[in-house]
Design a protein around this ligand. Structure first.
Ligand code: SAM
Ligand code: SF4
Ligand code: F3S
Length: 454
């Protein structure tokens, strides 16, 4: 008994604190949580205080420009936070780490370790043997070993809506994109392991699973594809909603389209980035599909379920984009009526084919961005206005900032705020929408369910 108490006390004494600041996509968020899980094994406990950590990790994103500068700026901020305190071990992780590797260590001596996304399975060893006088760079593409390692570590990050990475990397090589270089080749996790992880998340309270991958619909484990995985996940009774992101139009195969005929849990919003509405630009981007291919996919899906909606990403001002190309993009927005979208001005990324292309005038890009965003925002606003006075099924995720209210989402991912309590969290409740703005719906919980619309 005494020995047990002593061991408990010792492990408390040696426990160190770790803080991770995460940038970029949902896959980085998933990774950060998995890093917390593994570092816990060597005594690091998660802290929410930025200025109170023994180890500070910046999980970075390299997708658009200024990514590098952002890292050095953040490190400058960390230096200030710890000016009168013991210096934490500073680690740069994520896609900037992968892309810049040694360069980061040379430029900023305050950084101790640089580790790429496919080397995270080595982090415990690195930290256990860490010598403050040494600098460490670990950026191998060791994806298989990474997942073999993480598959054995419990995912302790159940939320009502949980991310679950099923696929990593990209073999598509769009001419503008760094992902194939920062995340390496496509790799899919075993379906059996993914289902086990989903079951664990469900057991610990998850009601919604968001399957993640840089090209999630390229998922393939032997003969099993994303559609097969969805069928398996549907069998988990606690899981009420399933989503996947981000998909590539090329991988929107018939089996995946077909599944919308049968699935009871697959949500009716599909994030399917089109990037541009012009065939010429799609070709220059190396997207490997035409705008007709894209529209046909949307049509097929709409035929199966007219309630399905789409969201997209757009790159504006891609090298070679003429007024007509931009008009074609606006036309696609009008046709598909995306209910939520992200639009960015093209950002030349080092190492990509488009990096050295002649840029179009910045002023023109900015004007186009303003035009497309205003159209996309109008669509969003109109969609939300059309939902006023309707009753929607809302999965409650959290208490809102004002604790008298709760935060949830519609089946289309739109945030909803309404009066509620902690006991509502994790439930799907009928909520009558009273008012709305572009991004959020505001409603009232109802008892006798009105007619369901979404
Ligand atoms: N795999 C997804 C696909 O094929 O649509 C995209 C993943 S990428 C991480 C997310 C988004 O970032 C892309 O859809 C694209 O719109 C945007 N993006 C990527 N590279 C960019 C660049 N060089 N400049 C501007 N936006 C970029
Ligand atoms: Fe990047 Fe294209 Fe791969 Fe998407 S499909 S991650 S945009 S290279
Ligand atoms: Fe950024 Fe890497 Fe994700 S570049 S968008 S964090 S895959």
């Amino acid at each position: 008994m005494k020995t047990q108490v002593r061991i408990k006390k010792m492990s408390k004494d040696i426990s160190k604190k770790i803080f991770i600041k995460t940038f970029g996509c949902q896959m980085n968020e998933y990774d950060s949580n998995r890093l917390y899980d593994t570092l816990n094994k060597i005594g690091y406990k998660k802290t929410l205080n930025q200025d109170d950590a023994d180890c500070y990790i910046l999980n970075t994103c390299h997708i658009r420009d200024k990514a590098k500068q952002k890292v050095y700026h953040e490190v400058g901020r960390v230096k200030k936070l710890y000016i009168n305190k013991k210096k934490p071990v500073v680690i740069i992780a994520g896609c900037v780490a992968q892309a810049e590797n040694q360069e980061i260590l040379k430029r900023e001596p305050y950084i101790d370790i640089v580790i790429g996304p496919q080397s995270y399975h080595k982090i415990n060893k690195i930290l256990t043997n860490f010598n403050p006088k040494e600098k460490i760079e670990e950026t191998d593409f060791d994806t298989i070993q990474k997942f073999v390692y993480f598959d054995k570590i419990k995912n302790n990050n159940s939320k009502v809506s949980s991310f679950l990475t099923i696929q990593e990397g990209c073999d598509k090589f769009c001419n503008f994109c760094v992902v194939p270089f920062t995340r390496g080749p496509e790799y899919s996790r075993s379906m059996k392991i993914v289902v086990e992880e989903a079951k664990l998340l469900a057991k610990n309270g998850s009601k919604e699973i968001i399957l993640l991958g840089q090209n999630v619909n390229a998922y393939q484990d032997g003969s099993n594809k994303l559609s097969h995985l969805i069928i398996e996940l549907e069998k988990i009774p606690e899981i009420k909603r399933i989503r996947y992101t981000t998909s590539h139009p090329k991988d929107m195969t018939e089996d995946l389209i077909d599944i919308y005929k049968y699935s009871k849990k697959l949500m009716p919003l599909i994030h399917l980035p089109v990037q541009s509405g012009s065939d010429k630009i799609l070709k220059l981007m190396n997207r490997k599909h035409t705008i007709n291919d894209y529209l046909e996919i949307c049509e097929k899906l709409k035929k199966i379920n007219p309630n399905l909606e789409f969201s997209s990403d757009f790159i504006i001002g891609y090298p070679g984009e003429s007024d007509q190309d931009f008009k074609d993009t606006l036309e696609v927005v009008e046709k598909v009526k995306f209910i939520n979208s992200y639009s960015f001005i093209f950002s030349p990324r080092p190492g990509t084919k488009a990096a050295n292309c002649k840029l179009i005038d910045k002023k023109i890009s900015l004007e186009r961005l303003e035009i497309i965003q205003s159209l996309l925002f109008d669509n969003q606003l109109n969609k939300n206005k059309s939902l006023e006075n309707k009753t929607l099924n809302i999965l409650v995720e959290n208490l809102a900032k004002n604790k008298k209210y709760v935060f949830g989402r519609t089946e289309f991912m739109t945030p909803v705020i309404f009066e509620g309590t902690k006991t509502d969290i994790g439930k799907i409740l009928p909520v009558k929408i009273k008012t709305s703005n572009r991004s959020t719906l505001f409603g009232e919980k109802i008892r006798n369910s009105d007619k369901r619309v979404a």
